[in-house]
Design a protein around this ligand. Structure first.
Ligand code: PLP
Ligand code: ZN
Length: 438
């Protein structure tokens, strides 16, 4: 069976050619996903091919996404694929974070090691490859965050024109700066996110611009490799839990699909449980999964959290995420702004560091072990989604004791580490150093 696009809705499941330029099912409006036949190679052959490619100097083999291309075979020709060597992110052991989270041991898979500093790169290399294959010359997204940074980098590297639409006056400067540096045309529109998205969908159709928003099914395919690479690194030992932040829920959808497909191919024997963590002020998926009626998600009109990467009130991929959390026997939890900030500082103290959205994982683990949902001796991998350098204001303000929630409530610097001002005086500095805790 060649690769196709399929409607995700159970009652529709309409199929479309992989080269159709559609973002939702034309029949029912449902989400789309890429579907394939089984690869020719056996499970053991695939595992050997993937492992051997780690010693190759070929760009595609060096990519932590395209190394696993048999697992996402939507392209007919790989000659125009552009890679910045995305993926290849480490599994980091973090004993101090484990202790804070109530676990015997904890491993982070750190997607902040990606070329533009977030997991968006895993998906974007695939979305841009599809744009090239469709003969597009311009790509666009509506985003103020890591998606913009990643799209700008990959589009420019591929010789495409990146266009970013932003709600005017709602800018995340660190991430926007990256997009500008990577050469994106950036348009600030005087409207909110949803209004702009509706407009951009029309523009895309009329002007032949390819949309690389979170709903793009090829980005989801690329993000599957985060779990494939993790399993390869673990010699295919399945963890008990995979813990990740939930925003638009693309990653939750991608991880669940990856594990189901790995199980179908016989690469693994069981599914790990997915634990999705949301910020308390921005938790529509948590509300859905705790509700009696899970047939529709109630959007939150004004989501509130300092973790901007997950400040999303109407997550597009919720139907996929609902299935993946249920099928895996997983759970959804929320954490407060204080819990996120303290967890982030704890991850920093491990010498690892991450952006605020990523720290929801450790904060969530602490709650889930306390509640007995995750056992103390469980084998847990938490996904750090973004780099510590992304939100420098947040980090600095926390350590200075100046961080406040969006409602103006002070966040206590429980693990604060502010700089100390000292006079230019050897004896005084000696006294200060002798007074430091050992
Ligand atoms: C995009 C993003 C998220 C949210 O991921 P979803 O797939 O939208 O749920 C979390 N953390 C970081 C750093 C991100 O960039
Ligand atoms: Zn449909």
């Amino acid at each position: 069976m060649p690769a196709e696009l399929a409607c995700f809705e159970e009652r529709c499941r309409a199929r479309f050619a992989i080269t159709e330029v559609i973002y939702n099912c034309p029949k029912c409006g449902g989400l789309l996903e890429a579907v394939y036949g089984k690869p020719e190679q056996s499970t053991a052959e695939l595992q050997t091919i993937w492992r051997n490619r780690r010693t190759s100097n070929a760009p595609l083999d060096q990519s932590g996404v395209w190394r696993y291309r048999e697992f996402l075979p939507f392209l007919a020709d790989y000659s125009r694929v552009v890679t910045l060597r995305e993926g290849n992110t480490p599994l980091l052991n973090a004993p101090r974070a484990a202790q804070y989270g109530g676990l015997d041991r904890l491993v982070f898979k750190h997607q902040g090691f990606n070329p533009t500093g977030s997991f968006k790169d895993n998906g974007m290399t695939c979305g841009v490859a599809q744009a090239l294959r469709l003969g597009m010359t311009r790509v666009a997204c509506v985003s103020t965050g890591n998606t913009s940074a990643s799209m700008a980098a990959y589009a420019s590297a591929a010789g495409l024109q990146p266009i970013i639409f932003l709600p005017h006056g709602n800018i995340s400067f660190g991430k926007l700066a990256q997009a500008l540096e990577y050469g994106a045309h950036t348009l600030q529109v005087e409207a909110n996110f949803d209004q702009i998205l509706a407009l951009v969908r029309r523009l895309a159709e009329e002007l032949g611009i390819y949309l690389l928003n979170s709903v793009n099914p090829f980005r989801i395919e690329g993000q599957k490799t985060i779990m494939l690479e993790m399993m390869d690194q673990r010699d295919w030992r399945v963890p008990d839990w995979v813990v990740l932040p939930g925003g638009n829920l693309g990653n939750t959808s991608a991880f669940g699909k990856a594990f189901r497909e790995m199980k179908e191919l016989g690469l693994i024997g069981r599914l790990p449980r997915l634990a999705v963590i949301q910020a308390e002020g921005s938790a529509p998926f948590y509300n859905l999964m705790r509700a009696r009626d899970q047939s529709r998600l109630n959007a939150i009109e004004h989501p509130q959290t300092l973790a901007t990467a997950i400040k999303i009130g109407d997550p597009v991929s919720w139907p996929k995420a609902r299935l993946e959390v249920s099928v895996s026997g997983g759970t959804v939890e929320t954490v407060t702004e204080q819990e996120i900030a303290d967890a982030k500082a704890t991850i920093g103290r491990c010498g690892i560091g991450c952006e605020p959205a990523s720290a929801t994982t450790l904060a969530g683990i602490r709650k889930l072990t306390a509640a007995g949902t995750i056992a103390k001796d469980a084998d847990v991998v938490a996904i750090l989604t973004g780099n510590v350098l992304k939100d420098q204001d947040y980090t600095y303000q926390y350590h200075q004791g100046e961080l406040k929630t969006l409602e103006g409530v002070p966040i206590a610097p429980n693990f604060g580490n502010p700089p100390v001002v000292v006079p230019y005086d050897l004896n005084r500095i000696t006294d200060v150093l002798n007074g430091l805790p050992s």
